[in-house]
Design a protein around this ligand. Structure first.
Ligand SMILES: *Cc1c(COP(=O)(O)O)cnc(C)c1O
Length: 402
């Protein structure tokens, strides 16, 4: 028996990463220093967006997006039940109503046909937005979602936490990277250690919309601005002293213009994120190799009902099997120190969401998926030996079982 645990996901910290954080520690800034903008610029470059705003975590990113878009009490927003709860919760933070639509059982992504049915069943204006999720790292076809959203006047927040570096191919044959802002007004990412890029905690919002970008910067830090172009109070209020008023605004002056938060990311975390971002392409390459090995190992096996497959542009945060006897497999893997995981328990059946009337049978594809799914270990530092061990343990389990 192996002693070492093989988790489903894991960060990879190099000496370079350690040095980057040490350098930040020894610099003048632990937070609100130059590394934040450096990380933002590098990340925007990586995903192909105009702007990026670094925030405390992915959940804060979602919350700020919902605030910036003006979600308020009674607003209805559509998302998928097969996601981390935060994708839905951000709507609730603002008092809005979450409407879950079922998944496509082949892609595991929010089914655009179910979304269309919802939109067509209500008067225009009932729904305000859609939050599709690039679940497991598979990019949502946002070109199609954009067309639908335009028809009904909706905004889109792309939850791309699983998919930095992922892309889909649009109708013109162009690769459209997750978070590039071409189709979704806002996209969000997470730097939790199980995600592609680790910063301890951390998040990023990307957009091509300058007005939203400025709003997000303000909301990230208490709703405060130091940009004199945006000031609302008078010079005379800022300082009644003549010589100051005549020469512009006093140096100390700032305004809190809306109710924001402290959702900043520290320079220490940005240093780690920047260093990690430098290796992101290599990480994706390795993730795709592992996914390809899983795909080949399990394709056509009688115990496999469905699997992630090998899909162009997939960023492979997760590799998922849908299997017979998932409970038995999960326990056998645990006994072998392989900590596979289940993503996700459908959000609409969490006790919190049941109170709004959601119940079993509402979203059959998601519920059926949950009964069979298991996420296999997948991270760039997973060794060939460990990968083989995982595959063999699964194959052996079903040989002895039948
Ligand atoms: C991780 C994750 C989040 C939240 O990110 P945190 O940084 O943990 O707050 C949101 N949505 C999805 C799909 C995620 O996987």
């Amino acid at each position: 028996m192996r002693q070492r645990i093989i988790p489903y996901g894991k960060q990879n910290i190099t000496d370079e990463d350690v040095q980057a954080v040490v350098d930040a520690l020894r610099s003048d800034y632990l937070t609100q220093g130059p590394r934040i903008e450096e990380f933002e610029v590098a990340f925007a470059n990586y995903v192909g967006s105009k702007y990026a705003v670094a925030v405390a975590n992915g959940t804060a990113a979602l919350h700020l997006c919902a605030l910036a878009l003006g979600v308020k009490e009674g607003d209805k927003v559509i998302t998928t039940p097969i996601t981390f709860a935060a994708s839905a919760n951000c709507v609730r933070y603002c008092g809005g109503e979450v409407v879950f639509a079922d998944i496509d059982p082949k892609t595991y992504l929010l089914d655009i046909n179910r979304v269309r049915e919802l939109l067509e069943a209500s008067p225009k204006g009932t729904y305000k937005g859609i939050i599709p999720v690039d679940f497991a790292g598979r990019a949502v076809d946002l070109e199609r979602f954009r067309e639908l959203a335009n028809e009904f006047g909706l905004w889109i927040i792309e939850d791309a936490c699983h998919a930095p570096g992922g892309y889909f191919v649009d109708s013109q044959g162009q690769e459209q990277k997750c978070g590039n802002g071409q189709f979704a007004g806002l996209a969000i990412f997470s730097f939790h250690p199980v995600k592609h890029i680790a910063a301890g905690e951390g998040g990023m919002i990307t957009t091509n919309d300058e007005a939203l970008y400025k709003k997000l910067l303000k909301l990230r830090t208490h709703g405060i601005t130091k940009d004199s172009g945006e000031f609302q109070n008078s010079h005379e209020f800022a300082s009644s002293e003549q010589q100051i008023s005549n020469s512009g605004w006093p140096g100390w002056y700032m305004e809190m213009q809306e109710l924001g938060y402290n959702y900043r990311l520290t320079d220490l975390q940005c240093a780690l994120g920047l260093s990690q971002l430098g290796r992101a392409d290599g990480g994706i390459k390795r993730r795709r190799e592992i996914a390809s090995d899983y795909n080949e190992a399990f394709i056509g096996k009688p115990f496999v009902k469905s699997q992630s497959g090998f899909v162009e542009g997939h960023a492979y945060h997760l590799y998922i099997l849908e299997v017979e006897n998932r409970f038995g497999l999960y326990n056998r893997l645990r006994d072998s120190n392989i900590y596979a995981q289940i993503h996700y328990i459908p959000c609409h059946l969490m006790p919190y969401y049941r109170q709004f009337g959601w119940k079993e049978g509402d979203l059959p594809n998601a519920e059926n998926y949950y009964q069979n799914c298991i996420s296999l270990p997948l991270y760039p530092s997973l060794t060939k030996g460990d990968l083989t061990f995982v595959i063999e343990t699964i194959l052996k389990f079903y040989q002895t079982e039948s």
